[in-house]
Design a protein around this ligand. Structure first.
Ligand code: NI
Ligand code: MN
Length: 225
């Protein structure tokens, strides 16, 4: 799997011949000004929750690329009502897509669309393909439910929010990495706005102190697992 960070909580994931885009928020993100929406060709768009900083570019990208939108029932219904393609899921459920197995898991957050309409409950994803599993937490607090994940999955990478204020901060992300039994963490959802600014160096050091790895990369940079 090739995982490219596109700023804030947006990820591009290449699995075999399939291109997945998670939580596209590019046109409204000055930190992602080097990302051209028209260069993105997602076969699948995964959405953790309905907030604007996770859904802003879904409509355009899905229309331009005939993408399959995967999220909770309410979010998928919202986009299906616009004539877009969707696959609804809900918490605890998994499905085998062409790119691999996808599970929609619990997150503690909210999920209202920018216009106030119902975006269901927020979630995260576990993608399993080619004998690798990654956990994309979405916007979430630290939660005891994370302890359920390693019962079924041996994670190779976890993508956790570290910006605090709207989600857990990096100190709670260290505890989360214990709960999910994964010591390799890609941090996201930080530094985009004043309210989620962090000391990146300190965050990386705090992980190191407990023999864990916090990976911080710039928009358009990628890691391969
Ligand atoms: Ni949010
Ligand atoms: Mn967010």
């Amino acid at each position: 799997m090739k995982i490219t960070f596109l700023g804030h909580a947006t990820l591009e994931i290449q699995i075999n011949e399939f291109n997945l885009l998670v939580d596209p928020f590019i046109s409204g993100n000055p930190m992602a000004s080097n990302v051209d929406l028209d260069d993105l060709k997602p076969d699948f768009i995964l959405i953790t929750h309905a907030h604007q900083d996770h859904t802003l570019d879904v409509e355009k990208l899905a229309k331009d690329n005939n993408s399959l939108i995967i999220s909770n029932f309410e979010i998928v219904s919202h986009f299906q009502n616009m004539g877009l393609n969707g696959h609804p899921m809900n918490h605890g459920g998994k499905w085998n897509f062409d790119f691999g197995e996808l599970k929609y898991v619990n997150a503690i957050h909210t999920s209202t669309f920018p216009d106030g309409s119902n975006g269901g409950q927020p979630g995260g994803f576990i993608i399993t393909s080619n004998n690798k599993s990654i956990y994309i937490a979405g916007d979430t607090a630290l939660s005891y439910d994370m302890k359920l994940i390693p019962i079924n999955y041996n994670l190779d990478l976890a993508i956790l929010p570290i910006g605090d204020n709207f989600t857990m901060g990096y100190k709670d992300a260290i505890i989360a990495s214990d709960f999910i039994e994964c010591s390799r963490i890609l941090g996201y959802h930080f530094d985009t706005f004043d309210l989620i600014e962090i000391d990146q160096k300190k965050a990386v050091e705090e992980f190191k102190k407990v023999n864990k790895e916090l990976i911080i990369i710039k928009p358009t940079e990628h890691i391969i697992i």
